[in-house]
Design a protein around this ligand. Structure first.
Ligand SMILES: [Zn+2]
Length: 67
């Protein structure tokens, strides 16, 4: 799930970030440009969790991922 560039960007290269994985208290994001990855809070992008964390959680529960 791509992160809106208005919300956050890669600290290394200012590239676009992508949410790869979440768990109960964190999101794992990586940069689509340079591959830099990091663990952040669920509301790290100032969206109160509603834009990335919760939708990602919902998509996982419904088994959107085929692999
Ligand atoms: Zn980067």
């Amino acid at each position: 799930m791509l992160v809106d560039e208005k919300d956050a960007s890669c600290p290394e290269c200012k590239g676009q970030l992508s949410v790869d994985e979440i768990d109960d208290c964190s999101m794992y994001v990586s940069c689509v440009e340079c591959g830099h990855d990091m663990r952040v809070e669920p509301d790290a992008f100032g969206d109160g969790c509603v834009k990335y964390y919760i939708p990602f959680q919902v998509s996982q529960e419904f088994g959107d991922e085929c692999d």
